[in-house]
Design a protein around this ligand. Structure first.
Ligand code: FES
Length: 82
């Protein structure tokens, strides 16, 4: 999973051998949606990209962030165990 996030850029930073996701990083610039807001959406019950789009508006303007948001949704849903 770590290699997966390294591949798509700066979602993780390394600290003391442990990897952390920067929850303040903006993933959708059009709607100013951060990684943490995607996580909050999943925590609030979103299970799919469509759910997150409805709750946050992420990906709904230019769509350039679509792949990254989808990966975040997949990651947070799997992390939640659903
Ligand atoms: S960057 Fe997310 S819709 Fe444009």
């Amino acid at each position: 999973m770590i290699a997966y996030f390294f591949r798509i850029g700066t979602l993780y930073s390394r600290k003391d051998g442990v990897y952390y996701m920067n929850m303040d990083k903006v993933v959708c610039h059009c709607m100013n949606i951060t990684n943490g807001m995607i996580k909050d959406s999943v925590e609030a019950g979103a299970k799919t990209l469509e759910d997150v789009q409805e709750q946050t508006g992420a990906t709904t303007v230019c769509g350039a962030c679509l792949e990254d948001v989808q990966r975040l949704v997949d990651f947070f849903v799997s992390e939640k165990g659903e």
